[in-house]
Design a protein around this ligand. Structure first.
Ligand SMILES: [Ca+2]
Ligand SMILES: [Ca+2]
Length: 710
């Protein structure tokens, strides 16, 4: 297979596909896909008329074809997707069966119990005895597209993990890491904890520009303890999922902890959240079981996500999951991402294995792994090719449900804890980078978080860390500079629009989009002069808009020919790479830690300026309209070493004149190093810190302990 990766796109054999589509093509979004294909092949081979039988059959649970009669009395809970305009026909068949059963055994029959009607997904969620569901599948087969079990979803936290065990995982820090800070500690600042995770994801660097204000993050969990003094009550809202399940209560403590990581109030008690001015919309789906830490169904999750959408959420945070993939659930999150511009984030799982947890492992959902305070992968974190990103999730301090003081903070561990860090970073970015085109915004923001994540473990994307540890300031700068604007696939239009095959309107492109219909039937049944494979975008046909501008070579796709667009203006440290009189350790990133600006910011001037004058994080710096040139530049060692990387510590000063790529060094190409276009500032001239060996790269210059003695 020939493929090249361009940002978020992959050139696959002869066509460009988005990375998420590529993952779909690989079939990683559900193991049942191949099973479905198997069933279809069998039907095609065994039956006399492959077309008729293939088309009339649909995917169904194993018990529906192989189940024993003894199972017929068991209760089944299923999604039933109906064909376009067939909802009424399916409902009539249900009503008829109910009436017949009631006539046969008056007062004894069990009726179809409709739990949900998801009209957007053309799907019912129904509970009934399996035998009765089988009779419905037989009677109403011409109305049905798909029947599948409704799988269970649980909180992604193990009671043992919740104890807050400290991680001592071996440092897998090996190659390709230059002076990136990797160790962080919880800091008590003026009576309030700044949990290490908040620092690790670079939230404090972004706070001068964005705190998540006005952005609604929907937390589907065990509720939220609204009475905690460590929340801004006015920023909390929610939906009850029954009259007895109140969103603003949390007997489990899990939902409150996750919510605190996102929006713990910035004051002098408790903790501060990553996006402390964000709004939290709480949907309480886990209210049963021990302490209200029970489980739900995928259908419950779909219902909750619809409430998130109705509430205007930009981000959905789900510290939950389950092992069974569901086509219906996958379609829902894909639709929220593609059609509504909503970013869904979910826990990769705590089982320390490579199994897929859902919804995290659908391509449309960001799957979040957990790291500890040393930026090492958590021992429990699940690893697979759907993991997108990593975030702090070991011994995480946050708001404690039931604590009326706000100061009795709770420490939990889990990919559950990592997930809200990513959701909150997204909220910081949505506040600043939302435009009138939410479908593009969500792609840009996801792309920015992924491409600017701190690479850990094996070089590049790997199954433990995904793209790496989420870094809000890196992503912020990348979006500010315009270099993280993701390309979107050229729009495809079915040609002719509204095509259906020779057997009639039922067999439209939408029908071919189901299961393996393109593969099985796509070259037959031509109509209007074309087969499905020629006419339907979903089958690889149709017509696309503007031809792809990227050529299938290894030439960087973002070239200077993509004329630099002026950034909206972003603060840059001035001079670039400033550090104080005590040396390069005491750079602007050092001042970003804790209360260093407040304590030392007016002293230790260097290059004619104090930290409070030179550093954006201290309220100094200058607003620049500089654009990196070429946009998207990175050095000869690869995309990790982008202008965002050079923005860290003293990287510009140390390495900015070496490792040229695309004809330029970082100091020439990057605004943060004093290069780029239209830059107005000056940069620090440094003679020291010559990069010599690989070992030099590993030295961590972020240790602020000695400085703290001042
Ligand atoms: Ca607080
Ligand atoms: Ca990696």
């Amino acid at each position: 297979m020939l493929y090249c990766i361009f940002g978020d796109f992959i050139f696959l054999n002869t066509q460009y596909v988005s990375f998420s589509d590529y993952k779909s093509l690989r079939g990683n979004d559900g193991n049942d896909k191949s099973a479905v294909e198997e069933v279809r092949r069998e039907l095609v081979l065994k039956e006399g008329d492959p077309k008729t039988n293939g088309k009339d059959d649909f995917s169904k649970p194993g018990w529906a074809t192989n189940g024993s009669e003894a199972q017929d009395d068991e209760e089944g809970r299923v999604f039933i997707q109906y064909k376009p305009n067939a909802k009424g026909g399916l409902k009539k068949d249900m009503d008829d069966l109910d009436a017949e059963d009631e006539a046969a055994s008056p007062g004894q029959s069990k009726k179809f119990d409709v739990k949900y009607e998801f009209d957007d997904l053309e799907t019912y969620v129904i509970i009934a005895p399996k035998g009765k569901l089988k009779r419905l599948m037989n009677r109403s087969k011409n109305n049905i597209v798909l029947v599948e079990d409704d799988p269970i979803r649980e909180l992604v936290v193990d009671p043992l993990v919740m104890e807050g065990t400290l991680e001592n995982a071996e440092d897998s820090y090996d190659s390709n890491h230059r002076n990136l800070q990797t160790s962080f500690t919880d800091q008590l600042i003026s009576g309030q904890w700044r949990p290490y995770g908040v620092s690790m994801v670079q939230a404090p660097q972004v706070w001068p520009y964005s705190t998540g204000a006005g952005v609604k993050v929907c937390v589907i969990d065990s509720g939220i303890y609204r009475a905690s003094p460590d929340f801004v009550t006015a920023n909390l809202s929610g939906d009850d999922t029954s009259t007895s399940i109140l969103w603003y209560q949390d007997t489990c403590k899990h939902g409150t902890h996750c919510s605190g990581t996102i929006a713990g109030k910035n004051d002098s008690i408790g903790v501060v959240g990553v996006a402390y001015n964000a709004k939290i919309h709480s949907i309480r789906v886990f209210s049963s079981g021990t302490n209200g830490c029970g489980w739900s169904y995928a259908s419950g999750l779909i219902g909750a996500s619809n409430l998130c959408k109705a509430a205007g959420a930009k981000v959905i945070s789900m510290s939950l999951g389950g092992g069974g993939a569901s086509t219906t659930e996958s379609n829902q999150f894909q639709s929220l991402y593609t059609n509504d511009g909503i970013l869904s984030v979910a826990a990769a799982g705590n089982s320390a294995n490579s199994e897929y947890l859902y919804p995290a492992s659908y391509p449309s959902v960001m799957s979040v792994a957990a790291v500890d305070s040393n930026s090492n992968i958590a021992s429990f974190s699940q690893f697979n090719d759907q993991v997108d990103i990593a975030a702090p999730g070991v011994s995480t301090k946050s708001v404690n449900s039931g604590d009326t003081t706000g100061n009795n903070v709770l420490t939990y561990s889990g990919t559950s804890m990592a997930t809200p860090h990513v959701a909150a970073v997204a909220a910081l970015l949505f506040e600043k980078f939302s435009t009138s085109n939410p479908k593009q915004d969500v792609i840009n923001i996801r792309n920015a978080m992924q491409v600017t994540a701190q690479d850990r473990g094996a070089a590049g994307r790997d199954n433990q860390f995904g793209y790496g540890i989420v870094k809000a300031w890196n992503a912020y700068q990348c979006l500010s500079s315009g270099s993280c604007v993701a390309d979107v696939p050229p729009p495809c239009t079915d040609n002719p629009v509204g095509w259906y095959d020779i057997d009639g309107p039922t067999y439209s492109c939408a029908w071919y989009a189901q299961g393996s219909n393109c593969a099985t039937f796509g070259n037959s049944y031509a109509n209007f002069g074309k087969t499905a494979n020629q006419a339907c975008c979903v089958c690889g046909g149709g017509v696309t808009g503007p031809a792809p501008t990227k050529s299938p070579t290894s030439t960087p796709s973002r070239s200077p020919s993509k004329s630099p667009t002026k950034s909206p203006g972003v603060c840059v440290d001035n001079p670039q790479g400033w550090y104080d009189i005590d040396g390069p350790t005491y750079s602007c990133p050092w001042y970003a830690q804790g209360s260093n600006c407040a304590t030392y910011g007016n002293s230790y001037a260097n290059f004619g300026k104090t930290a409070n004058q030179a550093c954006c994080v201290c309220g100094g710096g200058i607003v620049s309209t500089c654009t990196d040139n070429p946009v998207g530049w990175y050095d000869i060692d690869g995309p990790t070493y982008s202008c965002s990387w050079y923005a860290q510590g003293s990287n510009c000063a140390s390495f900015g004149n070496s490792y040229a790529n695309f004809g330029k060094t970082a100091n020439q190409a990057c605004c943060v190093c004093g290069g780029g276009s239209l830059y107005a500032g000056i940069s620090v001239q440094s003679g020291g810190n010559q990069k010599k060996t690989g070992e030099d790269k590993k030295q961590n210059n972020g240790n602020g302990n000695t400085k703290g003695l001042k």
